[in-house]
Design a protein around this ligand. Sequence first.
Ligand SMILES: NC(=O)c1ccc[n+]([C@@H]2O[C@H](COP(=O)([O-])OP(=O)(O)OC[C@H]3O[C@@H](n4cnc5c(N)ncnc54)[C@H](O)[C@@H]3O)[C@@H](O)[C@H]2O)c1
Length: 337
Amino acid sequence: MSLYRNTIWFLNGIQQYTRKGYEATSKDFETKDFDVSVVGRSYMITGANSGIGKATAMALAKKGGTVHMVCRNKDRAEEAKSEIVSESGNTEVYIHILDMSQTRKVWEFAEGFKKEYPSLNVLINNAGCMMHKRELNAEGLEMNFATNTMGVYILTQTLIPLLQKSQDPRVITVSSGGMLVQKLRADDLQSEKAHFDGIMVYAQNKRQQVVLTEHWANVNPVIHFSAMHPGWVDTPAVSTAMPQFHQMMGDRLRSVDQGADTVVWLALSRAAARKPSGQFFQDRKPVPKHLSLACTHSSAEEIHSFITQLENLARPVQSQHDVDPEGHVDAATPQFV
Ligand SMILES: NC(=O)c1ccc[n+]([C@@H]2O[C@H](COP(=O)([O-])OP(=O)(O)OC[C@H]3O[C@@H](n4cnc5c(N)ncnc54)[C@H](O)[C@@H]3O)[C@@H](O)[C@H]2O)c1
């Protein structure tokens, strides 16, 4: 089955995910979709100092939005911010330093943000990684899962109350078409049971993001959720994590602006908000979440088990600093897997 899925996926990808694929579909794009001013609206973008995240931050800054860049490395963040401010002329650009793989830190950051800022209109979960060796974070979670799934889960879940209070709230998660080769595996979130293959673990995390997006859309009708695939884009993530693929694809890879186009469209256009919540987008269109005959659909029980495990993993982090009515901090020791 995996050979079938991988082959169909790659053949589709060569047609659709490349620069040529973008050039073909973008002929139908409505240029007026970007004719909006977003002055006064705020956007949080994770991994905003590089690749698709930086191109998205630049585009939103140019439209007048307030941009919150959530980045791991201070120097690289400052450098990207200077470039965005000078090219866009927009000074409403702020840096927040956060490592998305550190589960507790993600929760602390999101709680702090809620206290400091009165609103957040759009959250863009863009930061992502593909690690080829199985390593664990401080909480004992496998690093790809910690960054791509748990970080996205905790950040989004914690910011939902703030988003709900804000005008036209949206959450966009930069997933990947690679998720099409994976069925949700709710019984092995830490990738302990089989041979560790970083590419497949990444694809599994990207499937988890799509399942989460659908789940959030079902339970939070006020917020517009979407996941998307940017295509195959020439970024540091691809050149470092998949050097052979990067070399093989060469100039068939999309530019970062082409990769960011659908993220920006989902973040600011009115047309995007009119689409049903919870879908998976590619080149400004909802596309199927499953390849035909690939048997990647999950049962309601599998999805329930996945969501329950995320809730259980998040609980110790979220409750550790709970303050009781008399002001005492609950010092319960967090327990992870
Ligand atoms: N480039 C592609 O072809 C492609 C295809 C499908 C999906 N994607 C997705 O696009 C998103 C952006 O990636 P990109 O291709 O622009 O690569 P990139 O390397 O240019 O950007 C990735 C960003 O994520 C940040 N990041 C990674 N781990 C982090 C952590 N623990 N904490 C905070 N930030 C962290 C990096 O610092 C960087 O800013 C990722 O989620 C990736 O999975 C990319």
